[in-house]
Design a protein around this ligand. Structure first.
Ligand code: ADQ
Length: 509
């Protein structure tokens, strides 16, 4: 752990002298809502590690954040250019809002992004919905984000950082008009192997959109390699496997593995606040009235997170090893997510049913095996749960990184917990001292839960200390992104203008 938040502003200025910093993402860092008081507007800061890390940096640099204006009162506070200064108490940077209609939300966000790209990238082609109207709207909205970004660049030199799978085409739409802007993109979810990605009828255009970047970041080298292979085989781009670069129509994009992390200190600070121990006692008495161990899971209700697989394994545990009945209680926090999509709705019902059946089968008058909390909890409550839990289970079937695993380790002030981590998460590449599980094999999974619950304290401590020692922070990650990106820009001919042809194929307009 080395980089601190304060060092990032000066680092950016040194690496990108004179460039305006612009972040582009689907979600916005501040949402305006009508409050209970008639006519009053309240500001909400949507939770999320990346937002909380980028916000202070933008406050320091005074740049612009371009995002979907999703708050119901957002339109009431912007100026005629759709801009509002944030944060409200200390105007430091510009939030430029992009408006989405109900059709846009349905087709671009819920449609192409979340019913096509998300399942495809999580190796679930069976759940993809291919609709031409989704693709048409995805193009249109991506172009809208690009236009807003171009206006915000105001003809000045700029460094634009685009986030995630919602905006794969935006880089090319920007680049085609402003080759002098430097562009980086971070893809937060897996990039699938070519045999899956090629199922996409739009594969060539998605690749072209992303190859307009100077830097393309993934959590793992394996995802970066999948991307390079797709670019080479599907559109004939030239790949340099030693340099991890890919060149198309004269422009070179650097493809890097940059594993994300969390604000470790913030979780530790919250988990060690005065009064936490008393709250832990209260929670133990409430959830595990017969004593014994407590396990925790924190996930969005998403089919990639392996919740049914986890509950299947826990069912095996209580069935085969009755000594854990009344001696091990599991708390699952599962925030509802994308519930307008059928696959999410049916997952939620399935999980409800499964939990009900397990509780009915093994529960007693004094003890409920699984507590399912279907709501979003503030970081303060999550940190207490993480600190209290004897084990934390992350059972994703596929996951770009998985921040929950890192949040659990950061909050383990008493160094006694055990992390069970799916080998199919990006985090498993770094967190070798976790107990690695295969969520597809419920009996082996159950055995490993049993092992975790019976590990001697000394070994739990040794594992947790090693996990903690290996933790990097989200600020280290941003430092790495800027350093790699800055290296690419300074390695160019000095003019800052990207070379290459940036024509937009007719199918993309
Ligand atoms: P997600 O799929 O959202 O992120 P994850 O990395 O686990 O997955 O992050 C979830 C975040 O939401 C965590 O910070 C967690 O604390 C929070 N959260 C979950 N349930 C919550 C609840 N009930 N209440 C409050 N907070 C809750 C995507 C990719 C991941 C990648 C991240 C970051 O899918 O693979 O790690 O982006 O790049």
């Amino acid at each position: 752990m080395s980089t601190n938040q304060e060092g990032l502003g000066p680092l950016f200025r040194r690496l990108f002298p004179g460039r305006r910093f612009i972040v582009v993402s689907n979600r916005e860092p501040y949402e305006h809502r009508w409050s209970e008081e008639v006519g009053e507007i309240a500001v909400r800061r949507p939770a999320g590690g990346l937002t909380s890390a980028l916000d202070p940096l933008l406050q320091n640099l005074g740049g612009t954040w371009v995002a979907w204006g999703s708050g119901e009162a957002d339109a009431a506070v912007v100026d005629k250019e759709n801009r509002v200064l944030v944060p409200p108490e200390n105007s430091s940077y510009t939030l430029r809002r992009v408006w989405l209609t109900q059709h846009d939300i349905h087709r671009y966000y819920l449609g192409f992004a979340n019913q096509f790209l998300w399942p495809l990238c999580h190796l679930r082609p069976d759940l993809t919905r291919i609709r031409s109207r989704y693709w048409e709207r995805y193009r249109r909205v991506n172009r809208r984000f690009a236009e807003a970004t171009l206006e915000e660049a105001r003809g000045e030199e700029a460094a634009v950082w685009v986030q995630d799978y919602h905006l794969a085409l935006t880089p090319l739409f920007i680049r085609a008009r402003r080759p002098d802007v430097t562009l980086a993109h971070f893809w937060h979810i897996p990039w699938p192997p070519i045999d899956i990605f090629r199922l996409s009828p739009q594969a060539p255009y998605l690749l072209r959109g992303l190859l307009a970047n100077d830097l393309m970041g993934f959590h793992l080298q394996a995802f970066a390699d999948n991307f390079l292979r797709c670019a080479h085989r599907l559109i004939g781009a030239e790949v340099d496997w030693d340099e991890h670069t890919v060149t198309l129509d004269g422009h070179t994009c650097h493809v890097c593995a940059l594993p994300i992390s969390i604000d470790v200190e913030s979780f530790r600070e919250i988990a060690s606040r005065p009064g936490t121990e008393e709250q832990m006692e209260r929670l133990r008495a409430r959830y595990a009235p017969r004593g014994g161990a407590i396990g925790v899971g924190v996930d969005r209700m998403d089919y990639s997170k392996g919740l049914p697989e986890k509950f299947k394994a826990l069912e095996f545990l209580w069935e085969r090893y009755p000594e854990f009945r009344e001696r091990f209680t599991y708390i699952q926090v599962a925030v509802p997510s994308r519930s307008d999509i059928e696959a999410y709705d049916s997952l939620s019902e399935k999980v409800d049913r499964q939990v009900w059946e397990i509780n009915d089968r093994f529960g007693t008058d004094a003890w409920r095996p699984i507590h399912l909390i279907k709501q979003s909890l503030p970081a303060e409550r999550l940190a207490i749960l993480y600190r209290m839990a004897d084990i934390c289970i992350v059972s994703s079937l596929q996951d770009g990184m998985n921040l929950v695993a890192k949040e659990y380790v950061a909050s383990q002030i008493d160094r006694q917990g055990v992390l069970l981590l799916s080998e199919f998460t990006g985090a498993a590449e770094e967190m070798k001292e976790a107990i690695l599980i295969n969520p597809y094999a419920p009996e082996d999974f159950a055995l490993l839960v049993r092992d975790a619950l019976t590990l001697p304290l000394e070994e739990r401590r040794a594992r947790m200390d090693a996990l903690f020692a290996g933790m990097r922070t989200i600020f280290d990650w941003m430092n790495d992104v800027f350093t790699d990106w800055g290296g690419v820009v300074s390695g160019r001919d000095g003019s800052g203008v990207a070379r290459g042809e940036f024509a937009i194929p007719a199918e993309m307009s």
